[in-house]
Ligand binder design. Structure first.
Ligand SMILES: *Cc1c(COP(=O)(O)O)cnc(C)c1O
Ligand SMILES: [Zn+2]
Length: 451
């Protein structure tokens, strides 16, 4: 049954407000481009009611536990289960959900041995419905897009945002417009957007060019923009960290390590950590560190060369296409959470990414290249002494292995061999396919060779 909202738009009493991250201006409504009307900086969502009546930590924990036994769609969602810390809906039936969240937390014993830390975990966001963490944000932002009456949603994307947006738009009965850089996204991701019915435009530019164009478009046309500039996305992505802490029985890990592209996810995880501490769900903060590809290292350079004061954008080049972003929109938010949690920012090479990806794969888990920067970065942070040898570490694996088969096959075939040292380091990790005559003898001999 469809529900009829009794509240009048405009008179609705929301549980949240928008706050500008630069000038602090508070407002009840946001413009189409989600920028501050006074200074043009990004907005974030705040919950003024927490000032007077703070949600009770013990009560929240038991409510979230209980909802795991429920079979209603909002409770089965690993995002909306934590709706007490999200923008409130008038009616639970408004939710557009594909049962996102609920992602596994795996131990990585072999990678722990390689990196020399005692306990290493992977929070695998690639196990979401469309194969990346984008779903956690998209369920919230798409829901609020439809609630605001939009018929069209749009995004610029390196692939995963478009796959996720197209799916949620389709589920919610909205049309979607995708702007992707031509030739620079994987076929897997592109095929998702096509199948979910998006109008897909491959623009002859890079991701940063697509995002710039989208920003202009949303000021001219009644389309709702679903990039991570949209603060509703970040609210949904916060639940990654809440679910993680719940899975760890609220024992705070020492480090959380996340890949950095447009820097929305690191901002969201940081916001969740700060809010969980404010609400006394946790008593201390893990250090949140961001890892980038050397060829797309805008945040690394911004912190090292400009002290985090102004963005140093870069022309982005990396085979880890999900983080091939040179002008990250949420750099200020990310710089803030790194500073507040005491996290680090590092960069890793193309080979280090490929090697780390194969090492994660060898644990039977697998992820897309952008996710593997976390393990590659951890190795560096241990060497530098930033991660101590008795500390617990969680890697956020952002995307599914199947998102980029070309990269994986290329590595195993040896197409990515660089220097002799790299080829030697890659050799034990490579498992190229073997072409044989269809004879028992040939297969038997192969088996012996590997025995
Ligand atoms: C989007 C994405 C990233 C980058 O996240 P940001 O929020 O843009 O920093 C990393 N990995 C994967 C798999 C992604 O889809
Ligand atoms: Zn402002």
């Amino acid at each position: 049954m469809s529900s009829v909202s009794t509240s009048t738009p405009g008179l609705r009493q929301e549980n949240f407000r928008f706050r500008c991250i630069a000038c602090g201006d508070l407002s009840d409504a946001a413009s189409q481009d989600f920028r501050c009307g006074h200074c043009g900086d990004l907005l974030e969502i705040t919950y003024p009611t927490w000032k007077e009546t703070k949600p009770d930590a013990a009560k929240l924990k038991s409510t979230w536990q209980k909802r795991r036994l429920s079979s209603s769609p909002v409770d089965l969602s690993g995002v909306w289960r934590y709706r007490d810390l999200l923008p409130a809906l008038d009616d639970e039936q408004q939710v557009i959900t594909l049962r996102e969240g609920n992602t596994p937390l795996y131990e990585l014993p072999r990678c722990a041995r390689i990196t020399d830390v005692p306990r290493l975990f992977a929070k695998h966001q690639g196990m979401n419905p469309t194969g990346s963490f984008k779903d956690a944000g998209m369920t919230v932002a798409a829901t609020f897009a439809r609630r605001a009456g939009f018929r069209w949603v749009a995004c610029a994307s390196t692939g995963n945002t478009s796959a996720s947006m197209a799916a949620y738009a389709a589920r919610g009965g909205m049309r979607s417009l995708v702007l992707v850089p031509e030739g620079k996204i994987s076929w897997s991701k592109l095929s998702q957007a096509l199948d979910y019915g998006a109008v897909t435009c491959q623009l002859r530019t890079d991701f940063d060019g697509c995002l710039k164009l989208l920003q202009e478009l949303v000021r001219k046309a009644p389309v709702y923009q679903l990039n991570s500039i949209n603060p509703f996305r970040l609210e949904g992505q916060k639940t990654l960290a809440i679910e993680l802490l719940e899975q760890l029985d609220w024992q705070v890990p020492d480090h959380i390590i996340v890949p950095g592209g447009n820097l929305g996810n690191s901002s969201a995880i940081g916001k969740a950590l700060l809010e969980m501490r404010e609400l006394k769900l946790i008593s201390r903060l893990p250090k949140l560190s961001v890892i980038q590809a050397e060829g797309a290292n805008a945040l690394v350079r911004t912190l090292r060369e400009a002290g985090g004061k102004r963005l140093i954008s870069v022309p982005a080049e990396t085979r880890a296409t999900a983080i091939r972003i040179g002008n990250p929109a949420s750099w200020k938010k990310a710089a803030h959470v790194l500073e507040t949690t005491g996290g680090a920012c590092e960069q890793v090479s193309e080979f280090e990414i490929a090697q780390a990806k194969a090492e994660i794969g060898a644990e039977g888990i697998g992820c897309e290249p952008a996710s593997a920067v976390t393990l590659a970065g951890l190795k560096k942070l241990v060497k530098q002494g930033f991660v101590k040898r008795d500390e617990t570490v969680v890697l956020v694996l952002t995307g599914n292995l199947l998102k980029d088969p070309e990269f994986t096959i290329g590595f195993h075939r040896g197409d990515m061999s660089g220097s002799i040292q790299e080829a030697e380091a890659a050799a034990p990790l490579r498992h190229p396919p073997i072409v044989l005559d269809a004879s028992l003898d040939a297969v038997m001999r192969t088996l012996e060779r590997f025995n």
